[in-house]
Design a protein. Structure first.
Length: 110
């Protein structure tokens, strides 16, 4: 969801729609990958466990590993793509607030 927030912030600053998607995705790529990598590597000992009760730990490790991996792919590819499809014909999230602020002169604000 932070990718969508970054896209909206960039659109509010006046960046073009497609450029905002690419730039926000580029900015968030490293934190998403680092977080996913840490979570996936944390599940490896569960997957490699052996001994009493290891079957339940292995199952838990596989679920964490596959779930985080799938969620990372969704975050990096699906979320920006769906945002591109759904928000293409919309204006900047703060467009109306920016227009109202521009219409109000500093003397009227007092």
């Amino acid at each position: 969801m932070l990718i969508v927030e970054f896209i909206n912030q960039m659109r509010d600053k006046g960046m073009q729609f497609g450029d905002a998607i690419v730039e926000a995705s580029r900015i968030r790529l490293r934190p998403v990958i680092m977080t996913a990598f840490c979570a996936v590597m944390g599940s490896v000992p569960l997957i490699l466990a052996h001994g009493p009760g290891s079957a339940s730990r292995q199952a838990l490790g596989v679920v964490i590993f596959s779930g985080v991996s799938l969620a990372t792919l969704f975050t990096l590819f699906i979320v920006p793509s769906v945002y591109n499809l759904m928000a293409r014909r919309t204006s900047s999230p703060n467009a109306i607030a920016n227009e109202l602020a521009a219409m109000t002169s500093p003397s009227e604000a007092l």
